[in-house]
Design a protein around this ligand. Sequence first.
Ligand code: AMP
Ligand code: MG
Length: 336
Amino acid sequence: MSASLIALPDAAGLARASALLREGSLVGLPTETVYGLAANALDPAAVAKIFEAKGRPFFDPLIVHLPGLAEAEALVTGEWPAQARKLAELFWPGPLTLILPKHPSIPDLVTSGLPYVALRAPSHPVAQAVLKAAGLPLAAPSANRFGRISPTTAEAVAEELGGAAALALILDGGPCPIGLESTILAFPEGESRPLLLRAGGLSVEEIEHAVGPLAHNTRLGKEAPPAGAAAPGQLPSHYAPRTPLRRIGHPSEVAPGDRNATALLAFGPLDAGDAASFQAVENLSPSASLPEAAARLFTLLRTLDHAAAREIVALPVPETGLGLAINDRLIRAAHQ
Ligand code: AMP
Ligand code: MG
């Protein structure tokens, strides 16, 4: 891995990123959710490099990133569902992805052949600057090897994909402020409620406050989606550390004799006795703040993975607000 792979997002870095994207190379860039592996979404050859670098299967479609609603109009066919437009107006730029009928200019490779495209306007200033400088819609999944922990720092991108020939540059914007992927909503015909395809960085409560109740994919994070479900790529095993991960209710469930080979991922206040004698302990948020836990989740999973324990055990996180998305990631990380 060469040191110059990572650059600051100053004027020179942004100019390099924009030139590389225009010539069909890949660029790692920070968003408010996680770091993305970006390519020109209108160039199938560039998009193919994303799948190759990540080892991502072609049936898993990519989210297309734009500066905002104005640029998104050109990539959608027909009228927007009223709820989709309202949500874009309220929450873009931000951690919300909308599934809408695709414009023919979007290559089938981006959408895995589906007639719908996933669109998002990221709020991170570096992502916005790159989108505007390149003047292109950018396909950008998380910048990790397929199935692995999403990166929330430039160093984590280099750790995951530094060896990929097509990755020409990683812009270092520091740690991602939200730390969880975007919330994904679809608008199925004949269904009055938007359908939650993935819990993420914008809470269900905030969305429901704006447009009323969502329909839930009840299998979300619990098991494989049924065949043909409108949530391709949401696989039961994902976000996985190399060390096996198990969700437990309380540290006392780990026998004292096993603790020196076990790494504990805690949430909330922890008694000294509860944390004692584990090989490694990290706390998502000692004060039980869900936004703090979200922002630290993937970094701490990486830290505990490096501890080379026999097992990582994760304590429960409340199922409200960002907790829904945190638990979804932990359930998938635990799936063998
Ligand atoms: P990410 O891996 O964070 O880039 O998220 C991509 C995910 O968005 C995919 O795994 C799908 O679940 C979802 N997605 C992307 N495009 C579509 C689409 N056209 N229709 C339905 N879901 C999509
Ligand atoms: Mg991903």
